[in-house]
Design a protein around this ligand. Structure first.
Ligand SMILES: [Zn+2]
Length: 345
């Protein structure tokens, strides 16, 4: 018998025997509304990382008809992304962004307008705003920038004017804001990536970020916000539900939060049914990723106690997930109809 086993060596294999319906392909066509095919996650040599035509064929074999790729690109960098996906811009749909660090320039307003106009002419379908704003940038007085800072408002107004939805990533899992100790449910996750911790480093607290996020959405009713990663707070779908009821301009995607949705199947099922017009399928995947079937399994089946990832010790936490058996009309909306409508695809 092994005594004093270390947590990192503990890899229990479940002995539970239950039926498992396999879902190799989704029941309907799928638009993956949250993916990465540009430099942000693939590096500056992203163009060498994949062959566009082969990648699209691979995605189609997995049941993914289109992907929406988000990157912090504008100008020449946007041109490079568009050149890479040419002539498949209707299959790999691209968002753009802008240089938010210019927000204190007196001419920020006109910079935003010009960038949005140029990028729209180049074919972007939305704007990506990332956590580097709320969890990174500082203004000239050395203070972090709340996402509802009035100095950023040209962005939200401009997006509304150009009809561009904004995919916004404001915070990370709430556990990343807690001490990294024996009580932290993402302890192993944070051991692996200590730089993902936002505890005690002068950052906004999670609660402050959620207040700022709500203000932002409330103050810009004409702007469509797709709040990434389950509305930033998939650990508390009751809260996300309140926001969705209150703000018709808010949408959410489910990217990289399969573990969260799947560990609360009763609550998640109610959430998906109540907000079936406001949830977009998304994964956060990129070139070569192929675990979409786990998302399909969660949405379509009543399967019990399965892994949300193929990793030996699943990265986000030591728990399993359960399917929520969504009905066809809800599935169709989440899989593609909502994305089509929100992004006018
Ligand atoms: Zn992402």
């Amino acid at each position: 018998m092994e005594k004093g086993l270390l947590l990192r060596d503990f890899k229990p294999r479940s002995e539970l025997v239950v039926e498992r319906q396999s879902v190799k392909k989704p029941k309907f066509t799928v638009i993956d509304a949250h993916t990465h095919y540009g430099p942000l996650t693939n590096g500056d040599d992203f163009a060498e990382r994949y062959d566009t035509k082969a990648e699209i064929e691979r995605l189609q074999s997995l049941g993914i008809a289109k992907v929406v790729q988000h990157d912090l690109v504008w100008g020449e960098a946007l041109e490079r992304v568009l050149a890479k996906i040419e002539p498949y811009q209707d299959v790999i749909v691209t968002y753009g962004s802008l240089d938010v660090s210019k927000f204190e320039d007196p001419s920020f307003d006109s910079y935003v307008y010009k960038t949005l106009r140029d990028s729209t002419n180049m074919g972007i379908k939305g704007l990506k705003m990332w956590k580097n704003i709320s969890l990174g940038m500082k203004d000239s007085s050395g203070k972090h920038i709340p996402i509802d800072d009035p100095r950023l408002s040209p962005i939200w107004q401009g997006a509304a004017e150009f009809g561009l939805p904004i995919l916004i990533h404001v915070a990370d899992p709430i556990a990343f804001f807690r001490p990294i100790d024996q009580y932290n449910e993402r302890y192993e996750n944070l051991q692996r990536f200590p730089e993902w911790s936002f505890h005690e480093q002068g950052f906004f607290t999670f609660e402050e970020l959620m207040e700022q996020q709500e203000n932002l959405i409330a103050q810009n009713p004409k702007t469509t916000f797709i709040v990434a990663h389950g509305g930033s707070y998939s650990e508390n779908l009751g809260k996300v539900s309140q926001w969705l009821r209150r703000y018709p301009n808010m949408f959410v995607d489910m990217a990289a939060r399969l573990a969260e949705f799947g560990r609360q199947p009763y609550t998640a099922r109610k959430f998906f049914i109540e907000h079936q017009d406001r949830i977009l399928f998304g994964t956060d995947f990129g070139p070569g990723d192929d675990q979409h079937y786990l998302y399909f399994e969660f949405l379509e089946t009543w399967n019990e106690y399965f892994d949300y990832s193929e990793a030996e010790v699943p990265g986000q936490g030591r728990w399993k997930i359960y399917g929520i058996g969504l009905e066809d009309e809800v599935l169709e909306k989440v899989y593609f109809k909502n994305a089509q409508r929100v992004m006018s695809l």
